[in-house]
Design a protein around this ligand. Structure first.
Ligand code: ZN
Length: 137
């Protein structure tokens, strides 16, 4: 996510799948007391609303075939992924692959904020989709 707050370790943000960015955005805005900013990640088929201070990312599908659309269809709205900060994503992916971790894509792609991201498959993380986000020094 395009985050003014630089975090080098730990949780980068939490992703929540929603049907309507407008409706959920208003609710979260009231809850958090923060105005989010919108960003479309066309590669992933999602529109996001990012609350930087609270490290929360709402995700709305923009196309029926997108991963978020399928997720909502199967499981309904809710917690979608947890993103972890890494400093060198290629190196991290290589290390984790060598240890048997499975990713949802071959290579990192460009996520919100123009950052390099990749997802670890939930089957490699006890049922949780984990996003790695590169934050370079
Ligand atoms: Zn995310």
């Amino acid at each position: 996510m395009s985050n003014g707050i630089e975090r080098k370790k730990g949780i980068n943000h939490i992703g929540i799948a929603v049907k309507s960015l407008k409706e959920a955005g208003e609710r979260f805005s009231k809850m958090l007391g923060e105005v989010g900013h919108e960003e479309t990640v066309s590669g992933e088929g999602v529109r996001t609303l990012i609350f930087e201070e609270h490290m929360i990312e709402l995700l709305e599908p923009v196309s029926d075939g997108s991963a978020i659309a399928k997720f909502i269809e199967k499981r309904g709205e809710g917690l979608h992924h947890i993103a972890i900060t890494v400093d060198n994503i290629e190196k991290k992916v290589e290390e984790l692959r060598a240890q048997g971790f499975v990713f949802t894509a071959e290579k990192p792609s460009t996520g919100a904020g123009g950052k390099k991201v990749i997802f670890i498959h939930p089957k490699s993380a006890n049922g949780v989709l984990i996003e790695l986000v590169e934050e370079r020094e």
